[in-house]
Ligand binder design. Sequence first.
Ligand code: DGY
Length: 334
Amino acid sequence: MTRPSVVVTHRVHPEVLQLLEQFCTVVPNQSAETLPRAEILARARSAQGLLAFMPDWVDEAFLAACPELRVVAGALKGYDNFDVAACTRRGVWLTIVPDLLTVPTAELAVGLLLGLTRHLHEGDRLVRSGSYHGWRPQLYGTGLTGRAVGILGLGAVGRALARRLAGFDVKLLYFDAVRLDEQQEERLGVRYATLDELLTGSEIIFPLLPLNRETRHLFDAACLARLCRGALLINVGRGSIVDEQAVAAALSTGQLGGYAADVFELEDWALPDHPQQVPPALLADVAHTFFTPHLGTAVAEARLAIELEAAHNILQVFQGSIPQGAVNRPATFR
Ligand SMILES: O=C(O)[C@H](O)CO
């Protein structure tokens, strides 16, 4: 029997290649770069497995060009750049790694909160500038004690964030389509709010919702106008949950007091009209923004674990089992 071939689109830890190489012919990309789409397609044309990452984008045309594919294994949780229905139609498993990003992402969300509220980026720049000569009455920020913090979407990351924020003595509100029972709310130290209460009553908001048709640009100009004046928005989910142009405009009037993000609209490749760049007005507003380049899961041991779990999903398909991270059930899979 010929060994199945697996294309790995981005650099992974050597352990992951070693695991896959025991059973498959592996086509790796050990550079730090994302390959041009045409190059990924050329490599995957006769592959049976694809180990895919956030910059990848798998749609009907991609699958049509790679007719041998049996599994697309995402080393990620948010699969908005992957067309589930097209995978299912073509008998291709789509798998994700649902849990391993939870803690690192919640930790980074706390980092963005502190970075934004305490002007850490500007402080760092000042110390390095050569013009720092000791304490001055400057860069005063916002404390957290007693602040009303709204978590919009209390999934795994929302809960992990609530646990971490408990130590800051904030008032935690949440909105989710599914309300927790009283004991769970008490344990997490969160109080349920309607969506409207959360938007109008929070001084700091973390949107933690999956990106889909309903949630794209949830934070548009109209929604931002309803927030408390000077509210802070912190985004570690998906860029397109907000309308970045509207965010820049709301920052310029002071309606929004600050925006911190680890994710950007330009990354939401599957949306045909996604922007090509972060709006220059957002980048220029150093005093009210704080950004990181999609570092939510960028913790060495977490990345290794995520890559290994994605690789195991591929091997499970080749062994004829239902992969543990499956998000679809192709009727006719090979
Ligand atoms: O969805 C995820 O897993 C993260 O955004 C990393 O890609």
